[in-house]
Design a protein around this ligand. Sequence first.
Ligand SMILES: CC(=O)N[C@H]1[C@@H](OP(=O)(O)OP(=O)(O)OC[C@H]2O[C@@H](n3ccc(=O)[nH]c3=O)[C@H](O)[C@@H]2O)O[C@H](CO)[C@@H](O)[C@@H]1O
Ligand SMILES: C=C(OP(=O)(O)O)C(=O)O
Length: 446
Amino acid sequence: MEENTLVEKIKVQGGKKLAGTVRTEGAKNAVLPVLAASLLADKGTSTIYDVPPLADVYTMKNVLSHLQMDVSYEDGVFTANAEQKALRPTAPFEYVQKMRASFLVMGPLLARTGRANVALPGGCAIGTRPIDQHLKGFEAMGAQVEIGKGYIEAKVDGRLKGTNIYLDFPSVGATENIMMAAVMAEGTTIIENVAEEPEIVCLANYLNAMGGVVRGAGTDSIRIDGVDHLEAADHTIIPDRVEAGTFMVAAAITGGDVFVEGALIEHLRPLVAKMREMGVIIEEKDNGMRVIGPDILRPTDIKTMPHPGFPTDMQAPFMALLTQAKGTSIVTENVFENRFMHIEEFHRMNASIKIEDRSAIITGPTRLTGGEVSATDLRAAAALVIAGLVSEEETTLAELRHIDRGYVDFHKKLQQLGARVERVSVEEEPEMPSQRSIELNNKAIN
Ligand SMILES: CC(=O)N[C@H]1[C@@H](OP(=O)(O)OP(=O)(O)OC[C@H]2O[C@@H](n3ccc(=O)[nH]c3=O)[C@H](O)[C@@H]2O)O[C@H](CO)[C@@H](O)[C@@H]1O
Ligand SMILES: C=C(OP(=O)(O)O)C(=O)O
């Protein structure tokens, strides 16, 4: 007979107003490209500060070790040395499958060694997520790209060549991958219609500290004058605007009063504007933001867009807040074609949400009931816990591997703010997987 297995779950009892201070970690989406970029230095050791202890950071550490880099990570400080001449060119499926951002080693490997062989990142729970814009950039710089047996192999004779590249969509990953390839190309590269996210600026600052010449990061056009070598540099990761935003929403939904230390207004304007429209009081301070939730939340509409539009990564947590607004709100998801999987889970908690094409129509305020729900991606996980904070009965969240990719000690931070949240191990009997869990697993590889 098969033995029972231990499965971790988060349990939430609603009804507490959050109060106190929570500290923002370094940004997951900034640290991953920066760690990939550390591959570019042929001299010295880079020290990267404010690196959050997330599953994705450990995956990137494993990728870099696999490529033969010398890396260490302790107490938020990551050191990376890529002096080793014989870097391995292959990032295997076991890593890319865990985390799509492993694909970001392609640009630096190609620039540094002239060859990169990286497993093809598949689609995931939020969309098909093609990489055509990354490849278009590498090819324009002279790389030969072939796809076969689940891998993408890119090669270049000599150095990549600077050129002009226009992205069809301001993809964050494509902008980063092409920047990292172009920084060591021969001549000048101009990338147009690029992503303007703060994480792009963080990466550009690191590349420039290494001796790169990257101008225009944070605007829609980036100019890179290629250099022939880069040296390791020290760098500090920006605060995680999505983590900060998640706690801002958690404070607001409970009618709480929370200081989110490290939340930067210049990175969070679209969220702050929308929360203020709903009646949430947000005070901007030098080192963070104080969020005070009102008794009655007003409805509002959001459309996710590339930065400085409303961030898609805040869509699910914000939807939890909208279930408590008095009236009808509309959420339109424009960045990913399938980022509504959390709605089925919200339905289990009694939320009133209808999907029409790329929009969700939310009617509130709903008395959420709690219940057994599953995380479909990392932001959905946070959103469901947030909904649990105002539910009448207990909410139990499964599939915690998602939350561990993007949030450090999420349940502990909420506990410190007074929430009744715990993470428990429960024994589960082995059972035939249901059709639903097969579907969720297939869609949620990353
Ligand atoms: C590790 C990291 O930083 N992840 C973030 C990054 O993901 P990621 O870099 O993967 O997101 P992109 O900006 O590239 O994707 C945006 C859209 O462009 C499409 N696309 C992208 C590349 C391409 O070659 N072709 C193409 O069609 C995607 O399918 C998607 O529909 O930005 C997203 C959008 O802000 C965020 O949700 C993710 O949290
Ligand atoms: C979608 C996200 O991340 P990733 O691109 O790493 O899947 C996210 O951070 O919400």
